[in-house]
Design a binder for this molecule. Structure first.
Ligand code: BG6
Length: 481
């Protein structure tokens, strides 16, 4: 199969930090279909060779562990081309069409790695230029809108030129090996599914913690905040995969139908429940590991009186027969104590203890990063006799080690799927809109609340009210257990 992959935003951060390295890895692993071209598109004039040198220099910044040799890069670079385009000019799309038609590849993929405000313009122009035939797919990178209305507007314009199955919305968390493994864990193993319900599970915790701050993205982040940046998409996608019903078949429609049902079953927020069940925080400067790190308000391009949240913890429920009454806690933040993404499924304790000193219960810890693994926590007796307290022990599976040679990074997976037209790992427009519908009352309530976020020290696990939120139900966050 031949393909042309066009990267709009060809000189931007996403392209050189993530997409080009991922394409290079796919090429190096011989996973990229051999008959392909990669066309980077941006505003300024440069030759193919100048662009290739630009990418090669950037690789030195991002690909430290896997840096290509000169010869290897030169062979990869043969696939890479560059074209100047003014995205507002219809004739530039006509020119692009001519360039693509001259070869007539089987598949054309347009990856919009531009600022999101250009998405609608590019999609409309592609449609007008006739670059929307059945051989075309368009890939949209988040953020897709900043609320329900803006997301709907983007979807309306995209739909005017492309069908739903041609529009691939990326949530890069869905490309992470550990996240793909969630479906395998649940639906490829008979072991857990009978227990995967309210009768056996006490609560579920989803944490995506980052140790870094907002870095150079202060202006983007300040308009966005943690709820839009991480909860509306990554955290909710993880929740849907944990809570969904088994689909009848493994195809994209069946899977996405089930995920949508979960989003529709989430307990809606009101102003009262936002005040009670959602905690927002903002990091303040502190000394972390002997190093002074700035607070959010001291970061570049952040207004000194900003109320933007860099941390969110919330409690919700999935209101259906399987999950009624089981709390789901979601938590994410910048400048937290560790870079850690994990899902903890806490099982209920045994109904009638016969051992002295039994504390705790079984839990399954699904680790997404930094390492990708699974821990099953059990209670065991060290010696004989019922008078001895039980000790926690764990079965510890390290997927990075088990599958070391075959691991494929998130963007590599998603780019290969986009070229191959596999839709399972892309977010459908109705899922995306439903997620916005659910977070919107939180955004509205915060807008009208002058109190702003609670501050927390950089290097901590967020404001104390985050622990209080979960303690109210008699539980603790994973790191406190
Ligand atoms: C992005 C957010 O979607 O995900 C960033 O915009 C965040 O703010 C990033 O840092 C986290 O991704 P990962 O893969 O590093 O956990």
């Amino acid at each position: 199969m031949s393909f042309d992959l066009v990267l709009f935003g060809g000189t931007g951060d996403l392209t050189w930090r993530k997409l080009m390295p991922a394409l290079f890895q796919a090429w190096r692993h011989c996973k990229l279909p051999p008959d392909g071209r990669i066309l980077a598109v941006a505003r300024d004039e440069r030759s193919d060779d100048a662009y290739r040198t630009f990418i090669k220099d950037k690789f030195a910044e991002v690909e430290t562990a896997k840096r290509p040799s000169d010869d290897e890069f030169a062979r990869f670079a043969q696939l890479v081309h560059y074209r100047r385009m003014d995205l507002a000019q219809p004739e530039h799309y006509t020119g692009l069409k001519q360039w693509l038609d001259a070869r007539g590849a089987d598949v054309k993929v347009f990856f919009l790695a531009t600022s999101p405000h250009l998405f609608t313009q590019i999609c409309a122009q592609l449609g007008t230029a006739g670059l929307n035939g059945p051989d075309v797919r368009v890939v949209l990178e988040k953020p897709l809108g900043h609320d329900l209305a803006s997301a709907q507007e983007i979807n309306r314009v995209v739909r005017a030129s492309f069908t739903e199955s041609q529009a691939l919305r990326i949530d890069h968390y869905l490309g992470k090996p550990a996240v793909q493994n969630l479906t395998a864990l649940r639906f490829g193993n008979a072991l857990f599914e009978p227990l995967w319900r309210r009768e056996s599970i006490a609560n579920i915790q989803i944490t995506i913690a980052e140790s870094l701050g907002v870095g150079t993205r202060g202006d983007f982040y300040d308009r966005t905040g943690a709820l839009r940046d991480m909860v509306q998409n990554h955290a909710l996608q993880l929740l849907t995969m944990i809570a969904m019903e088994p689909p009848a078949i493994g195809d994209a429609t069946a899977i996405r139908d089930e995920k949508l049902k979960v989003l529709k079953s989430l307990k809606p927020f009101t102003a009262e429940t936002v005040a009670r069940d959602v905690v927002r925080g903002q990091y303040k400067g502190a000394s972390v590991g002997g190093e002074k790190v700035p607070g959010y308000l001291e970061e570049a391009k952040v207004p000194v009186d900003s109320h933007t949240e860099t941390f969110v913890a919330l409690r919700t429920e999935v209101q259906n027969w399987r999950w009624a009454g089981v709390p789901f806690y979601l938590r994410t933040g910048k400048r937290l104590a560790a870079r850690d993404a994990l899902i903890v499924v806490n099982f209920r304790p045994v109904p009638h203890p016969i051992f002295a000193g039994i504390t705790g219960a079984n839990k399954l810890v699904i680790k997404l990063q930094p390492e990708d693994g699974l821990e099953l926590h059990l209670l065991a007796a060290k010696g004989a006799g019922t008078n001895e307290p039980l000790s926690p022990v764990k079965l510890d599976l390290d997927f990075d080690k088990a599958f070391a040679a075959n691991r494929v990074g998130a963007y590599e997976r998603l780019l290969l799927d986009a070229i191959a037209g596999r839709l399972n790992l892309f977010v459908r427009s109705d899922e995306q809109e439903e997620a916005w519908r659910w977070v919107e009352p939180v955004l509205d309530t915060w807008r009208n609340d002058s109190a702003g976020p609670k501050s927390y020290a950089a290097g901590s696990w967020g404001p104390p009210s985050s622990s209080a939120l979960i303690a109210r139900d008699g539980f603790v966050w994973e790191e406190e257990s």
